[in-house]
Write a protein that binds this ligand. Structure first.
Ligand code: UD2
Length: 350
């Protein structure tokens, strides 16, 4: 396929990089974006993030007329339009549910009515897993670790078995049972399920990509809830010490937005309908403290003393990083951007 592709929310952080990737591969790209700031001012989708070849339609994904118009002549859809802060989803409950759930409902209804055999790729999130997968020394698997049941406590950060044997974090595969801990996670899970159910009924091929900790240029710097690297960057630029929750040894999977854009394109191009859920991460893990160290090295900042809070942020998980075996085997996905290179690019953009 090398036709015309619609990206909802395509003027934002991930969507605009995806638009670049698709143009580079010969697609025609149309973007539907409300351009409405999400949180604190100007860090919404921006027309300036888009190549001049992209056709931009300003409109809300909850507006059926705008969506119907945007679908005309397209052969595939990436659904990226969403509210993305985990923290504020817990007090802007109506706004998140409206944008993420109703937005997906309107898009699906329009796709069902428009018929055709457009493929739909939904941007989902690792947030639906809650804590990642753990094993004990015998190899037994634990998919239900949570702070709520006391396995993780203040000052005792690592999850323990009932007999206090430490549990070992391992890569989280797609089959891990979801554990939804925020309205954001719930809305991402709903997006996946709704797309799969409606897609199945109307023969719309659907793939949902569970994105891990995506970082890179164009990420909102003023959103206090999204992206620890963006938060570190804005604190460092303003002369404030970065703040580290817990002990900083919590592990995450930081994946470059360029690798994510490639993963999205591969999901569009793959010719299979069996597996519909894929993790998109870097396949590696790194602690938050190491992230800060690497970032300071790249920025040539020495003697930065972070403020280590020793407490955990409400709703935070301890460890989660991606098992990307399925994406590798089925999509042909292979992350290419080394973390330090991605950090350098981010630093040059700041
Ligand atoms: C959340 C979502 C994820 C994605 C991501 C956006 C969950 C489980 N996951 O991941 O789906 O939406 O947000 O990037 O909800 N931290 C600090 N200092 C700070 C900020 C964060 O130490 O100033 C820590 C934080 O406690 C966490 C880690 O850094 O352990 C990563 O935080 P994040 O907000 O970048 O992303 P995360 O993993 O909560």
């Amino acid at each position: 396929m090398s036709g015309s592709v619609l990206i909802t929310g395509g003027a934002g952080f991930i969507g605009s990089h995806l638009a670049d990737e698709l143009l580079r591969h010969g697609y025609r790209v149309r973007v539907l974006d409300s351009l409405v700031p999400q949180v604190h001012g100007p860090d919404a989708g921006r027309p300036s993030y888009l190549d001049l070849e992209v056709e931009l339609i300003k409109g809300d994904v909850r507006d059926p007329a705008a969506v119907q118009k945007a679908l005309i002549g397209t052969e595939a859809v990436f659904h990226m339009a969403a509210m993305v802060g985990v923290g504020q989803s817990m007090y802007e409950i109506e706004r998140y549910t409206s944008a993420n759930n109703c937005g997906t409902a309107v898009l699906l209804e329009a796709m069902a009515q428009a018929r055709g055999d457009r493929k739909l790729i939904v941007a989902s999130s690792m947030s639906i897993y809650g804590e990642g997968r753990y094993r004990d020394s015998s190899g037994a698997c634990y998919d239900d670790v949570s702070r709520e049941v006391g396995q993780l406590q203040r000052g005792d950060w690592e999850p323990l078995r009932d007999d206090r044997e430490p549990l070992i974090p391992v890569p989280t595969p797609e089959e891990k049972t979801p554990s939804l801990a925020s309205v954001y996670a719930l809305s991402k899970y709903d997006q996946e399920r709704m797309a799969l159910i409606v897609g199945n009924c109307y023969r719309i091929p659907v793939i949902a990509l569970r994105l891990f900790n995506v970082y890179g240029t164009r990420q909102a710097l003023s959103n206090p809830y999204t992206g620890v690297l963006a938060i570190f960057a804005s604190r460092l630029m303003n002369g404030n010490p970065p703040r580290i929750f817990e002990d900083g040894r919590q592990l995450r999977d930081f994946v470059s937005v360029h690798d994510v854009a490639t993963g999205c394109r591969l999901a569009l191009e793959v010719d299979q309908q069996k597996q519909q859920l894929f993790n998109i991460g870097s396949g590696a893990n790194i602690s938050v403290l190491q992230v800060l160290e690497r970032f300071c090295e790249v920025l040539n900042l020495t003697a930065i003393e972070p403020e280590i809070t020793g407490s955990y942020r409400a709703g935070d998980i301890r460890h989660c990083f991606a098992d990307i075996k399925s994406a590798k085997e089925i999509l042909g996905y292979a992350p290419r951007v080394p973390f330090v290179e991605g950090l350098r690019e981010l630093a040059n953009w700041l």
